[in-house]
Design a protein around this ligand. Structure first.
Ligand code: GTP
Ligand code: MG
Length: 178
């Protein structure tokens, strides 16, 4: 018997870190240099043949970075079962915002058993690692463990680096919960 699962996954992080680009790369295999800020929230769907008996419909909620200052995240986060928290490796302020996004997430949504929803940390734009900041980053391995992420990846939506790996890690964690 085939089973179908619908998973609501959030993609959060500061303005311009590449959330929409990561989703477009993952779902449509495209990348654009052109920046158009997301307004409110956008949606994308990816269907995964997970194993011989499971099809996953991954509903990706692309939350505008601007929403950190708004009041809508509680509504957007409802019933989510996982999240990608994204920052831009070339901008320290976006890394500093990671814990605010994670805190916002954990304060507004949890699993049925009260545990936090699995979250994966993405250090995006790693194709631009030449641009300074990287040496100033704390060891992300420790950082991600200390703050309850189930994993972290250096990603590039531009070069298609580790996007699939990060999504797979997240879905594995979500599926392991149940
Ligand atoms: P908001 O919707 O405002 O919250 O931004 P966002 O997080 O959705 O960012 P978006 O995906 O729109 O990307 C912002 C800019 O960064 C765009 O100009 C993208 O082309 C660029 N960008 C995104 N990902 C990458 C990447 O991996 N490498 C490089 N070099 N540029 C990227
Ligand atoms: Mg966007």
């Amino acid at each position: 018997m085939q089973q179908e699962r619908l998973l609501k996954v959030l993609v959060i992080g500061d303005l311009g870190v590449g959330k929409t680009s990561v989703i477009k790369r993952y779902v449509h295999q495209v990348f654009s240099q052109h920046y158009q800020a997301t307004i409110g929230v956008d949606f994308a769907l990816k269907v995964l043949k997970w194993d011989h008996k499971t099809v996953i419909r991954l509903q990706l909620w692309d939350i505008a970075g601007q929403e950190r200052y708004g009041n809508m995240t509680r509504v957007y986060y409802r019933e989510a079962v996982g999240a990608l928290v994204v920052f831009d490796m070339t901008r320290l302020s976006t890394f500093q915002a990671v814990l605010r996004w994670k805190g916002d997430l954990d304060s507004k949504v949890a699993l049925g058993n009260g545990r936090p929803v699995p979250a994966v940390l993405l250090a995006n734009k790693c194709d631009q690692r030449g641009q300074g900041l990287c040496s100033k980053l704390p060891k992300l391995e420790n950082f991600s463990k200390d703050h309850g992420f189930v994993g972290w990846y250096e990603t590039s939506a531009k070069d298609n680096t580790n996007i699939d790996a990060a999504m797979t890690r997240l879905v594995e964690s979500i599926m392991a919960v149940e």
